[in-house]
Design a protein around this ligand. Structure first.
Ligand code: EPZ
Length: 421
């Protein structure tokens, strides 16, 4: 199993280019099922989760070219299977997003329930409730969701009980081929939803209101092929921003999408960093000897994303004073705390959703274990900032969501080596 060995204590300095967004690519790949025509995508990151989605698509009989320099062509001319198996859905929950597109195009589909997850229970009840409202018969048998329609899904009014990114995406895709108009109330507003809607419009779909909490989709009989460039990854951007702050570095991030992370750059300035934005470039300088603590509550967009909670916690661990971090999106997303404590952080849980952080002047390198994707990147940041050497185990989590992270960190002066046990 791969581990990362990191010798910390050096400020990150230099410039790197931000990759295409994982969480925009995965639903867009699932949406390519909606048309029989070829779809050409660019800025797709080369990540384990993207490869898992491509494996799933190929298993359904869909042709894809190899991913080459971020570009690939997918053609779902005819599906040979309408089943998304447990083996793939359990390892990557985003596989559940093929439910909407296959159901809309073929009128039936079987998708494994995703099962448990390291960061929370993550039910899919809102997805299923919406498809039932659109006229699908939903049966849960032997761990699989079997969805059937007697023809086409019907457009209707859908009220989401919770703001769900995946639920909004699944219904948005399905509604493009439904009979009539679908209105999604209490929709998620994340930039990745806007990117998916832009892709669907590029395929000929009629969608209004994406980026707001009410999305209206007028269904059509067929969609056509198109060429589309995926947005850049705002969570990768925020991760390198946090790493720059924690190491008191000076980093230029190229090909970013600054308007998609205003809450994060605002927090970065409150920590005491100089952050300037010009077009798609973000310059971050955090040379001050101690940063100020910033209390943070994660929320759905446009607030601070849960996917950056762990990384921003490390910055608070090294700030000069006390802060709190409250996680409101997932119920179990504090697994990194015990690992940061092993590095010398002073953190305690006030209650299951709020951590209190007393800033310390230094972290110390040690052996730690990654528990999920963003917890892994927070440990990498902690290790880069710490004095001495750290070894981070189970970094397969990191490979799911960060493209060439070691190369990017090395180009910024990070001393990072991948070893095998
Ligand atoms: C997406 O997950 C992202 N994944 C997650 O990123 C991200 O953390 C999350 O949105 C929140 O921003 C992808 O885009 C592939 P949700 P998703 O449905 O869609 C509850 C990462 O690190 N809920 O918005 O699965 C749910 O339990 C990953 O890159 C229901 O109750 O998240 C959670 O508490 C991890 N019923 C909340 O809503 C439902 O039917 C938000 O979940 C659906 C969700």
């Amino acid at each position: 199993m791969d581990e990362l060995r990191i010798r910390g204590g050096n400020p990150l300095v230099g410039e790197i280019s931000i990759s295409g967004s994982k969480n925009a690519s995965l639903p867009i790949l699932a949406a390519s099922i909606l048309t029989a025509a070829p779809v050409t995508l660019s800025n797709i990151p080369d990540l384990k989760d993207v490869r898992s989605m491509l494996d799933l698509l190929r298993g359904l009989g869909i042709e894809t070219t190899p991913l080459n320099a971020g570009k690939l062509t997918i053609q779902a001319a005819e599906l040979t299977s309408l089943v998304a198996p447990y083996e793939l859905v359990s390892t990557m929950r985003a596989s559940f997003l093929v439910l909407g597109s296959i159901l809309a195009r073929y009128g039936r589909v079987s998708v494994s329930l995703p099962g448990g997850c390291a960061i929370g229970t993550r039910p899919v009840d809102q997805h299923l409730k919406a498809f039932a409202k659109m006229g699908a018969k939903i049966d849960l048998i032997d761990g699989y969701v079997h969805a059937n329609t007697d023809g086409r899904l019907r457009g209707t009014e859908i009220e989401m009980d919770v703001v769900t990114v995946g639920g909004t995406q699944n219904v948005l895709m399905a509604a493009t081929l439904a009979d009539g108009t679908t209105v999604i109330h209490n929709a998620a507003r994340e930039p990745e939803i806007v990117d998916l809607a832009s892709f669907l419009r590029c395929m000929g779909a009629s969608i209004k209101g994406d980026g707001t909490n009410t999305i209206t989709v007028t269904g059509t009989d067929t969609l056509h092929g198109c060429e589309f460039q995926v947005m850049s990854d705002r969570i990768e951007t925020g991760t390198y921003l946090a790493a720059t702050l924690a190491t008191h570095g000076c980093v230029r991030l190229l090909n970013a999408n600054p308007s998609s992370l205003i809450a994060v750059t605002t927090a970065g300035r409150k920590f005491g960093a100089d952050i300037t934005v010009k077009g798609s470039t973000i310059d971050i300088s955090a040379r001050r000897s101690r940063l100020s603590p910033v209390s943070i509550t994660t929320t759905a967009y446009p607030g601070i994303p849960t996917d950056l909670q762990a990384q921003l916690m490390v910055v608070n661990c090294l700030a000069n004073g006390v802060s709190t971090i409250t996680e409101t999106v997932f119920e179990n997303r504090f697994m990194h705390i015990q690992e940061l404590v092993r590095m010398g952080a002073d953190i305690f849980l006030k209650n299951p959703t709020t951590a209190v952080i007393n800033g310390v002047s230094r972290l110390s390198g040690t052996r730690v274990m990654a528990t999920d994707l963003r917890a892994s990147s927070c440990l990498v940041i902690g290790a880069l900032a710490a004095q001495g050497e750290s070894i981070i185990g189970r970094i397969y989590h990191l490979d799911r969501g960060y493209e060439r992270m070691e190369d990017k960190l090395a180009s910024l002066g990070g001393v990072v080596e991948r070893t095998q046990t």
